[in-house]
Design a protein around this ligand. Structure first.
Ligand SMILES: Cc1ncc(COP(=O)(O)O)c(C=O)c1O
Length: 367
């Protein structure tokens, strides 16, 4: 590991980072970076986010978010810059302004104040710069970043919080899934209903999936594959990934609605597919037609995509009725994964704004 001098960071932050090593294996969330970014929204305005130690927060037992769930988050990554297009930038964020916009959509939906997109991105840049030695070097690894906002007013009334806390946490990580996954079709519970919060990253969306995930874990499956809440007939998405199905040269994903999260990886793949000779379509996917076609041995690939997993091929589909449908290994998901990772690591060029180089501190040695 390179040694870095932290003389241009606040001394308490620099002290936290001295001598820190990446865990081996890296895993996901094994090492929480000891430094985070924090800002409060008080009296109608945001403070400027600042770096501080990852210490417990002073929270009253009647803090609003603990009772009424006024809490949102983003999941995004800083990747080691392995290319030559941005010399002087050891790492790069992927599409940070898209994440900033989605964070604000989530905030608005939950009655929380927006954060200026530039302030959001600057907080990330500052944190990634400070945590530069924690951005791992191998392709597919990253510094996972977790911007969060919650209602921090101590008040038991069922009204929106008047004070909010914005945090950015970080943890060096491997890709969430490094091998093909198994998908459990959820036939009973629903993730999101029309007019609800399914299209944003509300913390409660994830809490509501935990009980449904119990049989999945008992059966050794990895991800819930949710169906629409009205008929339980059309694919929506995984718990933390969007879904794609390839049939021949056609790659299909369900159209966005107020029950599906507008994944930034999904949008990126829709943009990249045509350059790989794929026809990309957004249309409803009927679960019965899909399982019949898999049973009939058609050339079909199913995969999930998201910031954590990048692209995760599905090798088995199951459900509570005992359905077990293996899917043979195919190459489209892996080709898309490699194409996207090359962009995320700066090895190939990308549309404007996708690669966001993060500058080094003046005294950071360059590789
Ligand atoms: C419900 C849900 N769908 C899809 C995704 C994928 O979104 P993205 O590609 O922006 O990470 C995520 C992860 O953020 C998610 O939580």
């Amino acid at each position: 590991m390179t040694t870095t001098s932290y003389s241009s960071l606040p001394s308490d932050v620099a002290d936290r980072l001295r001598g820190i090593e990446l865990p081996d294996p890296l895993g996901f969330g094994r090492l929480m970076a000891p430094v985070m970014s924090i800002a409060y929204h008080r009296d109608g305005a945001w403070e400027t986010p600042r770096l501080t130690g990852l210490d417990p927060l002073p929270l009253a037992p009647h803090t609003q978010a603990l009772h009424y769930g006024q809490a949102i988050f983003e999941g995004m990554k800083a990747y080691r810059n392995l290319g030559t297009a941005f010399p002087g930038s050891p790492s790069m964020l992927f599409r940070p302004y898209e994440h900033a916009r989605r964070f604000n959509r989530s905030a608005t939906r939950l009655g929380m104040p927006e954060l200026d997109e530039r302030v959001f991105v600057h907080a990330l840049e500052e944190l990634v710069t400070a945590l530069e030695p924690l951005v791992p070097g191998q392709q597919g690894q990253s510094l996972y970043l977790r911007p969060t906002m919650f209602g921090s007013t101590a008040d038991l009334s069922v009204v929106p919080s008047t004070e909010f806390c914005f945090l950015v946490l970080a943890t060096p990580s491997d890709a969430f899934f490094t091998a093909p996954i198994s998908a459990w079709i959820e036939r009973h519970y629903s993730r999101a209903g029309a007019g609800g919060t399914g299209a944003v990253k509300a913390a409660g969306n994830y809490a509501a999936s935990f009980a449904a995930a119990a049989p999945l874990r008992e059966n050794g499956f990895h991800q819930l594959l949710w169906l629409d809440a009205v008929e339980h007939t059309h694919l929506e998405e995984f718990t933390a990934m969007n879904v794609f199905v390839r049939r021949g040269e056609r790659l299909v994903t369900p159209p966005l609605s107020d029950t599906i999260l507008a994944g930034i990886t999904r949008d990126s793949l829709l943009g990249l597919g045509p350059s790989l000779g794929l026809r990309m379509d957004e249309e409803p996917i009927n679960v019965h037609e899909l399982t019949d076609a898999i049973r009939a041995g058609e050339d079909i690939e199913v995969f999930g995509c998201g910031t954590g997993a990048v692209v995760a091929p599905v090798e088995l589909i199951g459900d509570e009725s005992g359905l077990r449908l293996p899917l043979p290994a195919r190459s489209t998901a892996l080709r898309l994964r490699e194409t996207l990772l090359d962009i995320q690591h700066g090895l190939t060029s990308a549309p404007e704004g996708w690669q966001w180089p993060v500058n080094a501190l003046p005294d950071t040695p360059q590789a």
